[in-house]
Structure formats: structure tokens, C-alpha cells
Design a protein around this ligand. Structure first.
Ligand code: UT7
Length: 356
């Protein structure tokens, strides 16, 4: 039996920070409201596109795994903010990694996308179909934001996270997952005026934007992530005390805390970084996983639980038995970190259009 060990981890968090106070200069909001309702203090605004962020996170994960991009058989990019619909973002990532040897596809399951992708790549490795995979969650959410709509504009940010998976005989990596979708609620969270659903000619589309019913999503998120996590823990006979770390989707601190309390986990057992990045959709889980390793919160053999929910409404949870690798083989310095413009300067055209 083959398993899929996580041997590399990487992230790209764009340098330009948009603080709550920055937002309050052009939307009717406040640091007090955003902090107390969501836990978010700032988010990153990217000066480069989704594929570019994904490739930078991927390069770091590959370096840390000590693997050449040519050795990767499969690249999956979980994203709902692709550079283009055709060709896919994963092919651009392959090009940016200067290799040509891998199958490449994008996976669209919004914020649950990374867990879906991790399960898919793990299954392919466990079936013996591929040996090494690069699994990335990358999003440029700022591109979709309508900066005049305060309930959504304050929530989202840009970024990317990645892991390298390698086939091994040792029992580790993703060992159990429970994924699902509550399609009855697919209308409560969507990006409007995009896709073949719209009438291009008779009724030209209105502005692109994220639409949602925040309170309904909140309730369903807690319910679905909680149920999925409990199912995975029951299927793997894991008790609360066995869980070393929960790495949840970072959409709202209150959602994370409700899940944490429902599962009776301590603060030390729960990874939180939403205050720095906001909701980066499919990128929250791999960025948080990467930071957890960087901060020494993950040790060899640890039991890691992850859970997420997103548009669809997709949901999922998984159990990862961490392998031996917690220190990087090599490191990679991301030269592209430099950006001369502030977050507000990067967004100035978008803000002007939205506020007209
Ligand atoms: O990954 C999936 C993406 N979506 C989510 O994760 C969303 C999940 N839902 C949430 O996180 C929360 O529902 C929100 C953070 C979106 C909203 O929090 P809430 O506690 O449910 O607030 P609310 O929608 O009930 O709004 C309360 C008040 C309203 O004013 P009134 O009607 O009570 O006068 C809103 O107009 O807060 C107002 N409000 C704001 N005020 C200042 C809404 N957004 C803002 C804002 N700044 N940014």
C-alpha cells in the first residue's frame, strides 16, 4: 500500500497590506466592526496574478521538499480566481516552474478547493497513478471584490499556499477525508455576472461581484465543518486529546471559535492566522498549514485535522498523519516579494470604478 507523505510546504503572501483603517477611508466601516465581527485586522492585495502567486508558493514547497519541478507528475491548482478560463491556471504554473512533465488541472470548489485537491492527489498517489504531486490553493480574491459593498469587501484577501506530496510505504499523509456539497444552498454564495449563466447580448451583465447571505453561510459553515470533522474523527477512532492541531478554513474567527468549542479543542490545538490575511478562499488552509510548520506547531507523527466550507456550498474535513519531515531540505527566497505600491495604490482604479 502506498501513502502520500507531505514533504514540502510553501506560501506566497503578497507584500501589500490593506488594513481595516485603510478600508475605513473609502467604505463606511471601522476597525472595531471588522475586528469584532470577523477577527480580521488586515489582508494582502496582490500585484501579481493567481498563477504567479501559485508558482511562488509551489517553488518554495519544492525547495523545502528538495525536489526538482521536473520530478513532479501532477500539478493541481485549487482556485476560483483563475488567470484565464482557458487555458487553465495549473498549466501557467507549470510554465513558470520551467518544467513540462506533469499533468495539470484546476479544481473549482471555492474555499473547500484545497481539501478537495489534497484528497484527489492523495488518491492518485495511493492508487499508484502518480508518484509526486504539487497541490496548490491560490486566489486573487481582490479582483472580484466590489469595493462599495461593505459586508463582502472587508472579508477577502489574496495569497497562495502549496504542498508537495510524495509516495511512501510509511502510513502517513491524508488518511481519511469526508467531502460533500449542500447544493440546495448554492445560491447563497456566488459571483454574479460571470459565466454562461448570463445573457451576454440581450441583457449585458452588471458589475462582477461576490454576493452572499452572510448569516446563512455562517450557520451552515459551522454545521457542515463540525459534522465532517466529527465523522472523520469517528472513522479514524481519534479522540479530542489525540488531535495535535486543527487547521480550519479562515473565513471568520467566530466560525473558527464555534467549531473549536463544538469539538472541545483548546486554543493550542487550533491554528488561526485570519487576522493577517482575511479569507483567501482555497489558499487559507495551505497557508495556515505552511505557517504551522514554520512556527514549529507541527511535529513528526502529529495528528492534524483540517476542515473547510465554501461556495456550492461545498464542505469537507480530512485527517493528516504528518510524516517525518518538519525541517526544509532547501529554502527558496521569493525575489518577487518586492512591490513598490501600497495596497490602496494597487486598488485605486478598482475603487474608483466601484464607488462611481
Ligand atoms: O468562505 C465563505 C465566504 N463567506 C463567509 O464566510 C461569510 C460568513 N458570514 C460572516 O462571516 C458574517 O455573517 C459577516 C462577517 C459577513 C457579517 O457578520 P454578522 O454578524 O452576520 O453581521 P450582519 O450581516 O448581521 O450585519 C450586522 C450589521 C448590519 O447593520 P444593521 O442592519 O444591524 O444596521 C450591517 O449593515 O452590520 C452592518 N455591516 C457593517 N458595518 C460596518 C455589515 N458589514 C459591515 C461592515 N462595517 N463592513
Amino acid at each position: 500500500m502506498q501513502y502520500a507523505d507531505i514533504t514540502g510546504w510553501g506560501k506566497y503572501t503578497p507584500p501589500a497590506r490593506l488594513t481595516n483603517d485603510d478600508l475605513a477611508t473609502f467604505i463606511d466601516t471601522s476597525d472595531e466592526w471588522i475586528s469584532s465581527r470577523t477577527g480580521i485586522k488586515e489582508r494582502r492585495i496582490s500585484h501579481i496574478n493567481t498563477a504567479h502567486m501559485a508558482a511562488l508558493a509551489g517553488k518554495q514547497a519544492l525547495a523545502r521538499a528538495g525536489i526538482d519541478a521536473d520530478d513532479i507528475d501532477l500539478i493541481i491548482v485549487a482556485t476560483c480566481t483563475p488567470d484565464n478560463l482557458v487555458p487553465n491556471t495549473a498549466s501557467k504554473v507549470q510554465q513558470l516552474l520551467s518544467t513540462n512533465n506533469s499533468a495539470c488541472f484546476d479544481l473549482s470548489s471555492a474555499c473547500t478547493g484545497f481539501i478537495y485537491a489534497l484528497q484527489n492527489a492523495t488518491a492518485q498517489i495511493r492508487m499508484g497513478m502518480v508518484k509526486k504531486a504539487l497541490v496548490i490553493g491560490a486566489e486573487r480574491m481582490s479582483w472580484f471584490v466590489n469595493w462599495s459593498v461593505r459586508d463582502t469587501a472587508v472579508l477577502f484577501g489574496d495569497g497562495a499556499g502549496a504542498v508537495v506530496l510524495e509516495a511512501t510505504d510509511i502510513e502517513c499523509g491524508l488518511l481519511e477525508a469526508k467531502l460533500g456539497c449542500d447544493s440546495n444552498a448554492r445560491e447563497i454564495l456566488n459571483i454574479v455576472n460571470f459565466g454562461t449563466d448570463m445573457d451576454r447580448y440581450e441583457n449585458p451583465p452588471g458589475p462582477l461581484q461576490i454576493d452572499f447571505n452572510g448569516q446563512d453561510i455562517f450557520k451552515r459553515a459551522v454545521r457542515s465543518m463540525g459534522k465532517a470533522t466529527e465523522t472523520v474523527m469517528a472513522n479514524t477512532n481519534l479522540a479530542v486529546s489525540d488531535v495535535d492541531l486543527l487547521v480550519p478554513h479562515q473565513a471568520n474567527l467566530r466560525i473558527i471559535e464555534t467549531l473549536q468549542h463544538k469539538l472541545k479543542l483548546s486554543d493550542e490545538q487550533c491554528m488561526v492566522n485570519i487576522q493577517k490575511y482575511g479569507n483567501t478562499s482555497a489558499a487559507t488552509v495551505p497557508i495556515a498549514l505552511c505557517e504551522a510548520v514554520e512556527q514549529g506547531k507541527i511535529n513528526p507523527g502529529n495528528n492534524i485535522m483540517s476542515a473547510a466550507f465554501g461556495a456550492g456550498l461545498t464542505w469537507g474535513a480530512c485527517y493528516i498523519k504528518w510524516g517525518d519531515r518538519v525541517t526544509a531540505v532547501n529554502d527558496y527566497t521569493q525575489q518577487e516579494q518586492q512591490c513598490e505600491q501600497s495596497a490602496k495604490e494597487l486598488l485605486s482604479v478598482a475603487i474608483k470604478h466601484c464607488l462611481q
